[in-house]
Design a protein around this ligand. Structure first.
Ligand code: 4NP
Length: 154
């Protein structure tokens, strides 16, 4: 089996998926696993931009620096580069399925599918809210990251 490679996907790649990537990288580092991690957006609105300042501040509050992350748009080649692709919500999962090349092997799902009792739920989009929304996103993506590391460790 090749090492797992995990891609987190939201709309803009500046709020939810960079936080999911950061939380997952942090848990992977603690675990000793070898896993590739990245994030991307289904939209091209924020390509080349750093994460939202509120996302940068939220990760920094947990000692994680994401200021050098840059937004990118998901592309068909991601479905062969990555073994697992997790979307922040149903709308992004639908758009992923729309651009997925036929016969790709990547496993697709929602980020919260990883969390017991949260399967099928969307991550709340904190873009329109305040710092409290980003803390909720951080808690959710941390729970997902821990569950995924446990799953990949088995
Ligand atoms: P994200 O949040 O998908 O979690 O990165 C958003 C970022 C940008 C926009 C919407 C949501 N936007 O409309 O530009």
């Amino acid at each position: 089996m090749p090492d797992p490679a995990v891609l987190f996907v939201c709309l803009g790649n500046i709020c939810r998926s960079p936080l999911a990537e950061a939380a997952f990288r942090h848990e992977v580092a603690l675990s000793g696993l070898t896993v590739i991690a990245d994030s991307a957006g289904t939209a091209d609105y924020h390509v080349g931009e750093p994460p939202d300042p509120r996302a940068i501040r939220t990760a920094a509050a947990y000692g994680i620096d994401i200021a050098a992350y840059r937004g990118r748009q998901v592309r068909p080649a991601d479905f062969t580069r990555f073994t697992h692709i997790f979307a922040a919500d149903h709308a992004n999962l639908r758009n992923l399925r729309r651009i997925a090349p036929a016969g790709h092997a990547a496993q697709l799902g929602l980020i919260l599918d990883l969390v017991p009792g949260r399967a099928g739920q969307d991550l709340t989009d904190p873009w329109y809210g305040d710092a409290a929304g980003f803390l909720e996103t951080w808690a959710d993506v941390t729970a997902a990251a821990r569950a995924l590391v446990a799953k990949l460790s088995r």
